[in-house]
Design a protein around this ligand. Structure first.
Ligand code: SF4
Ligand code: SF4
Length: 163
């Protein structure tokens, strides 16, 4: 049976780009307040909005395939990417392979990526506006389709009203 992987997903309508999730992640994972060490990235793109991005737990993860040193593996349990720190040399091929910009190389030249905090994501706990949640790709796609349809219906209704 195919397991449905969940990942930390951000609602751009709620996210303020405050970066609290970045600081919480670096503290939780590495014991430091340093966003460079965060496994989640808070993006502030003016004027389009804010969004925090973490690993999508892709099936057949491109980062795992791209690594020339076999330093990355994917957990069969929840799909998170496991980094073998003895093998990783920080070449960055995984960074290039990720479509989401969700894996980075830290200051010590080792890849860093979300591990879901053993099922209790700290970033979700601390987000002051509850913009983060665990979602599956299927749920996220369904919600996006519903939002797009609702936006189209509203736009059509507005244009009819203007006639
Ligand atoms: S803590 Fe929440 S609101 Fe702040 S940047 Fe992260 S996701 Fe966005
Ligand atoms: S789930 Fe944990 S490791 Fe993943 S981004 Fe959130 S705090 Fe970081």
């Amino acid at each position: 049976m195919v397991k449905i992987h969940k990942f930390v997903s951000c609602d751009p309508d709620l996210c303020t780009g405050c970066t609290v999730c970045e600081y919480a992640c670096s503290l939780e994972k590495d014991g430091v307040f340093n966003p460079i060490r965060s496994r989640i990235r808070a993006l502030r793109v003016y004027p389009s909005g804010n969004l925090a991005i973490a690993c999508r737990m892709c099936e057949d993860a491109p980062c795992v395939i791209a690594c020339p040193r076999d330093a990355l593996q994917q957990s069969e349990e929840d799909g998170h990417i496991i980094v073998d720190e003895d093998k990783c040399n920080g070449c960055g091929w995984c960074v290039e392979a990720c479509d989401f910009g969700a894996i980075t190389v830290g200051p010590d030249k080792i890849a860093i990526v979300c591990d879901l905090c053993d099922g209790e994501p700290k970033c979700i706990d601390v987000c002051p506006v509850e913009a983060l949640s665990l979602q599956s790709r299927e749920t996220k796609a369904r919600k996006s389709r519903i939002s797009a349809t609702a936006a189209r219906i509203l736009a059509d209704a507005a244009s009819e009203a203007d006639k």
